[in-house]
Unconditional design. Structure first.
Lengths: 347, 347, 347
């Protein structure tokens, strides 16, 4: 695709084009990082990026740049083709989509797929090899079910979803539209609920279900349990990374992001716009307010008010934690100071 | 099911019925939490539950209650149908089972299942679509193998087990009776054992096997490795949540409960009745005594005597840890106090 | 196999045989730990092992021993058949391989496997039941693909690899030779990359790929993501345990070992010979030098120079951390001391 053609399409997108300069209209085949780019590749820079000093060395044929006078001047002198965007990262995302059109990998239903009774398949669905779909389930139009996926009974999957290979969707789960479920994820599995009795742990039947709203992404090998009664719910636009545990009855709001290996225990309520970094844990029934940010490995054991940034275990406000940790590293000195100050016993 | 019919069956169960009152014998279709219940649903309350104040507002048609005079009086005034149980949570579990009878989803062996040579299938097994069972394996009667499960060679699976979709059981693994293995779990995989040599890591062959005793539950995407020699063993009645790692040669006792994302390194010995909260780690070859409780995210690096509660990393007794952590949060002040106390140098 | 025959073969291996004594040339069927060994089993001891005191009680028929005069004398008196090796653990590994020859479980391509267009299969491949291989992929000679594995399009798998059941290999992934991918692992999945916009998280297309060099092992349910552009790379001879997350664009060097539940965030660069213990986390774009050792549960948030041992969160040098932690446990006393030292206010 010529750079000029690319720009024509990007003008219609969400990353606002401000200004551009085309030198010999290069052919653009692929995106690349500014450090690794070669001829016919396009790259991007953000304002204040630690990579801006790579502009001189890059072999990229075209650049998506932020509105930064210095960079524009430099790019012009170096005779790059360039374009200024309000959000160059977003422009790069749109570029990658244009350069890599997504093909539906299978057309129709593969002959080895096993489709149960009373299953409703929407128009233009792609059902891969060895897929199993249980009785009374429904797959919305344009949804892609990759090979080896298992969908139990009475599952409702909306339009334009993509389910990657070997993921498992349990009975009565609901996925709305435009969701991606990655390979080996499990949705709607039985919550970890047991009643302690004299004879040992007695299973609490898990009769609830899981609801995944639109535009949600569920990472590889992530597990989302259903509750004893009621539902587990993931809000619209929330993105969940790999190997995350979402316990039974958890409610997650809209537009959240949860990094890999986060664990959310049963009954927790997570607000909208919450960001949980890697390996964060959240205890049973805790309430996390809107727009909370929890830094990596922290453990939230009690309610966190909206808009706060928390760290450590048990989690405390991030700024306090940073000061506590700075002192923690000086503990040996501290102990020494105290011992020196102690009044010595007469010998 | 009428409430009166439900009570007749519950009388035969383990939750001891003390007293009851039926008002217009409502039809009960489903269980629900007291906050969310609607007509024709049944709910429960426990002694001292934070939900007891919801009794006035609930729309539930019937209630399972603890032996609490106040609650009984209130429920009677509000004209609920109610029943008093010694353990209302257990009564609720039994109720959910009665309202949601488990149906065997497939009858016999699905035509797409691939069954190896010399495989022995018990009576009334259900083998789903695209299941693979390796040579010389054995599936006990009434066991349900959901679609996509892979069972390697020489596996012995007892009676009345349920293996959810896409889980993998490796060669020579043994599962006794009444176990549940959730979706995408892996049992009997090769332990992580290597010999450091001048040429790099040399694989230690993992020739042992895994034994899962009766009434065990293994969570989604949980992995249980086999050892180089000998066995990894999970004791009867132990319940393991999702995404848990059980290393090679680990022995876990009876009646334990392990929450999500727990990791147990090779050769650790865990006693009976041990409870490990979420994201707990246990180091190689450590011995954890009976009835130990480890709080979330703690890391056990050396032996823990029976009956203790431990926290933190490295784990220490919970009470000590709580006091240490309380002080940790005050470290910045502490440092300031010390600096103030230091004799000032003459200027 | 007679002990004498076993020794003849071990002479050709990497564990250097120093000396041996055969008593009645026992038949050796299996390996076992010295504590559990019974007749016709072989066991080993290492120098300084905590198990050397078990030599007197073991029922093993033969022993692989370190060059330790005391042990040799004792073994001779007890009339064991024994052999001294420079590295008895390595000798034991080689013995287990000899006693447990690996059989290719399937010959050729199972009739239920679904093979795409333009797929190239090397000589002597074993493709199990219900395997799916996408268009334009390539499987090298002698590779074993177990039942239920899904390989997307344009994947290149070298010689002599073993892919265990239900693992998923995404498009364009490259595996060189002699790798093992364990059950339910996912390689080449989409990295967790989103652009924050006014409309919410906008997916950054993940157009890169994953390269796994030779002799790598990938644990069960481990997930290795591909990046937006460029590659994620695992160096030759690196061994990765179960439930590990390797983020998009991560580069891991050669000969590393990563224990279970380690998480490595996007863009991190890990050197050669790095050892990460269980549940370690590494933050985005951090650089970890060669031969670094990170102890369990530690969190690396900034660059770590080669050859260091780090602990804690955020990770600091291990020795400092040990001293800090020793002080942490004394914090309550410390606080008391300080309070006692404070000048009392006049009452």
């Amino acid at each position: 695709m010529l750079f000029s053609q690319l720009l024509e399409t990007l003008k219609l997108g969400d990353a606002i084009l401000k200004e551009y300069k085309i030198n010999d209209d290069p052919n653009i085949n692929e995106g690349a990082s500014i450090e690794k780019a070669i001829e016919n590749q396009i790259s991007f820079l953000e304002k204040g990026s630690y990579l801006t000093n790579k502009l001189e060395e890059t072999k990229a044929s075209a650049l998506l740049l932020p509105n930064d006078e210095m960079l524009i001047k430099q790019a012009t002198q170096l005779k790059f083709s360039w374009a200024i965007f309000e959000d160059p990262r977003l422009a790069f995302a749109e570029t990658l989509d244009l350069l890599n059109p997504k093909l539906s990998p299978y057309i129709g239903v593969h002959k080895t797929a096993v489709i149960g009774e009373n299953v409703i398949l929407g128009e233009d669905v792609s059902i891969g090899a060895n897929v199993f779909i249980g009785n009374n389930s429904k797959i919305g139009s344009k949804s892609i079910i990759h090979p080896g996926v298992v969908i139990y009974e009475k599952v409702k999957i909306g339009k334009n979803n993509e389910l990657h290979s070997n993921c498992v969707i349990h009975s009565k789960s609901i996925l709305r539209d435009n969701c991606i479920v990655h390979a080996n994820a499990v949705i709607g599995s039985e919550g970890f609920g047991f009643v302690p009795t004299k004879k040992g742990w007695r299973k609490m039947p898990q009769t609830g279900s899981v609801v995944i709203e639109q535009d949600v992404e569920i990472g590889c090998s992530t597990t989302i349990d259903r509750p004893a009664v009621g539902e587990t719910r993931i809000g619209a636009g929330t993105k969940i990374d790999n190997l995350v545990q979402v316990g039974h009855g958890v409610h997650i709001g809209k537009g959240c992001a949860m990094a890999s290996q986060v664990g959310i225990a049963g009954g927790a309520k997570i607000g909208n716009g919450v960001i949980l970094a890697g390996q964060v844990g959240i205890a049973n029934r805790v309430k996390v307010g809107d727009n909370v940010i929890a830094s990596s490995k922290c453990g939230i054991t009690k309610d966190v008010p909206s808009g706060t940034v928390v760290s450590g275990f048990p989690a405390i406000p991030n700024k306090l934690w940073l000061r506590c940790y700075a002192s923690f590293k000086k503990l040996p000195e501290l102990v020494k100071s105290i011992q020196e100050m102690k009044p010595k016993k007469a010998t």
